[in-house]
Ligand binder design. Structure first.
Ligand code: FAS
Ligand code: PHB
Length: 391
């Protein structure tokens, strides 16, 4: 088989890249290891930056997002027993949209199917070769188990942190930067109306807690837990009790409990590879970088990468101009490192570090109190949170 671009992975990055390239008339093969149903149901990110929302609207994928998404103009930092609102829209003129990542994935899959653009689900044995030539090759087995070979002009590694693309780069081809945090997030989806109209990021001596939502009927919440925490040790009652303790304020706040529909534990790490390219392999999204989810940047960074990569590949493959492809990695890494710092900053300010001393704890509280009392500090946080303008 011969194509222009093989995209590995049908998460937000791979689906968006395939959609943008095919919209420009390029030939694409999109390979996904998991089933269509699994991909459509996988719950992850919840917050869309304004640039992400604007891009999805521009390409005709904003209808359901605007109908079902929840526009938010602020969120609360909860510490010292009270709420301190970060007035995002008043400070920046922008807003976020709470619209689950799995909804964006569904919209992108539906858009592919409406246009007859195939997605090969349930592939296996994907392997890459010839990445340092102008004719890279992708071997895989399709859903029926039949071996396939694709000769391409370019391979896009959109297969997430645990994919095969980044490891396909020979030793010395990439430099990795990594930081693992001494905690994880236990996340739940609950069939109960949110207990607050806006997100609450709570700093508490027992650990961080986040109150979010997916709809007027569904609450999404997270608890900081130990990195080796076992889900089996967390009954529904224990989860609600801990959330209630950590979200407690001096004001009247009552947590609406309800049946838990989903529970998961996500490790926390920061990771970046440089460059985000090796020959004809371009890495995007979690395949190239990971951020702790405290800053709600993961999925939004993937979208930003793809906006750059799609333009670069159209220029390269339709107009034989390699300038944007040559600058792809440098262009993306500027935004990546800004998001890495912001995510580290939000994580460090809000989580209890089990190895921290009293001095570090006092610094953390001082940062929170300064952010809550200084318009300049709050504006800096807000402009990063709503999403800095695309390059
Ligand atoms: P993804 O990991 O989403 O997609 C990669 C795709 O490649 C997957 O569908 C996978 O099945 C496929 N794949 C892997 N190997 C393959 C192979 N060999 N062949 C073919 N396909 C292959 N971000 C936030 O902003 N907020 C959050 O709350 C948040 N929570 C998260 C919770 C979890 C458990 C995880 C893992 C991540 C979370 N993130 C969050 C980050 C997340 O949203 C990512 O940033 C986002 O999914 C990145 O999208 P992709 O780069 O497309 O990678
Ligand atoms: C979510 O709703 O899943 C969510 C919101 C904000 C974050 C992380 C996750 O920072």
């Amino acid at each position: 088989m011969r194509t222009q671009v093989v995209v590995i992975g049908a998460g937000p990055a791979g689906l968006l890249l395939s959609y943008l390239l095919r919209s420009e008339g390029l030939d694409v093969v999109l390979l996904e290891a998991r089933s269509r149903e699994y991909v459509r149901k996988r719950m992850r990110a919840g917050v869309c930056e304004q640039p992400t929302v604007e891009l999805l609207r521009e390409i005709g994928l904003g209808t359901r997002l605007d109908a079902e998404g929840l526009r938010h103009e602020g969120f609360s930092l909860r510490f010292d027993g009270s709420d301190h609102r970060v007035a995002l829209t008043e400070l920046t003129g922008k807003a976020i949209m709470v619209y689950g990542q799995q909804e964006i994935v569904k919209d992108l899959i539906d858009a592919h199917e409406a246009k007859g653009w195939p997605i090969e689900f349930e592939v296996s044995g994907v392997s890459l070769s010839g990445l340092d030539t102008d004719r890279p090759r992708v071997d895989y087995r399709d859903v029926t188990g039949v071996s396939q070979v694709v000769d391409a002009d370019v391979v896009a590694g959109c297969d997430g942190f645990h994919g095969i693309s980044r490891p396909a780069v020979p030793a010395g081809g990439l430099r990795a930067f990594d930081r693992q945090y001494p905690f994880a997030w236990l996340g739940v989806l609950a069939q109960t109306p949110p207990s607050s109209e806006e997100l609450i990021y709570a700093h508490h001596e027992r650990g961080f807690a986040l109150h979010s939502m997916r709809s007027p009927e569904l609450t999404r919440a997270y608890l900081q837990v130990a990195p080796d925490e076992k889900l089996a040790d967390w009954s529904d009652d224990r989860i609600w009790s801990e959330l209630s303790l950590r979200l407690k304020t001096d004001a009247d706040f009552s947590l609406h409990e309800g049946p838990l529909l989903d529970k998961s534990i996500t490790p926390m790490r920061s990771h970046v590879v440089e460059p985000m390219r090796y020959g004809r392999l371009f890495l995007a999204g979690d395949a190239a970088h990971i951020v702790p989810p405290t800053g709600a940047k993961g999925m939004n960074l993937a979208v930003a990468d793809i906006r750059v990569l799609s333009r670069a590949l159209v220029e390269l493959l339709q107009h034989n101009s390699s300038e944007l492809a040559e600058s792809y990695s440098d262009t993306c890494l500027k935004r990546v490192w800004r998001a890495e710092h912001f995510s580290w900053y939000m994580t460090s300010m809000l989580h209890v570090d089990p190895d921290a001393d009293v001095f570090q704890h006092r610094l953390q509280l001082s940062q929170l109190r300064y952010t809550a009392s200084s318009r300049a500090a709050a504006t800096s946080l807000a402009e990063n949170y709503v999403g800095l303008p695309f390059a």
